[in-house]
Design a protein around this ligand. Structure first.
Ligand SMILES: [Zn+2]
Length: 140
């Protein structure tokens, strides 16, 4: 497994490669999956199957396409041997039970239902996207 960089957008690391990944083949959804803590925080990504290719392979945070003009993804150098959890590379996950008003939670769930990404929701309600993910997870 290797970690994948959002090379055309935010340069965040949200995905890892699966056993289906082959650097010599055109990438598809089945070759990637979300890593923790994003997956556990309720982030959604493109469907993880081979019917998803090209521009549909987009960053779950900023929406930029993962593929470059040669139809290739960018991997974090040396990450092939990295542990599955990102550990110190990621901020600690905020506790879902911290106090947030019911109105804010309702707004978050409304935006989530409308298909907004955690980062967009966070910007709309003034919370960090990690917090938004934790609230969505706790409320669903
Ligand atoms: Zn991105």
């Amino acid at each position: 497994m290797a970690l994948v960089i959002c090379q055309n957008g935010c340069h965040g690391v949200y995905l890892e490669t699966t056993e289906q990944f082959d650097p010599d083949k055109t990438p598809h959804g089945g070759m990637f999956r979300l890593v923790e803590p994003y997956k556990g925080n309720g982030w959604s990504s493109f469907p993880e199957h081979e019917g998803v290719t090209g521009a549909a392979l987009e960053c779950p945070d900023c929406g930029a396409p993962y593929l470059n003009s040669s139809n290739r993804v960018a991997l974090v150098p040396g990450s092939e041997e990295a542990p599955k959890k990102l550990g110190p590379l990621t901020p600690s996950t905020p506790a879902p039970n911290a106090v947030v008003s019911p109105e804010i939670i309702a707004r978050i769930m409304e935006l989530k239902a409308a298909g907004k990404k955690p980062k967009e929701i966070g910007e709309a309600v003034g919370l960090h996207y990690m917090k938004v993910g934790a609230i969505i997870k706790a409320a669903s």
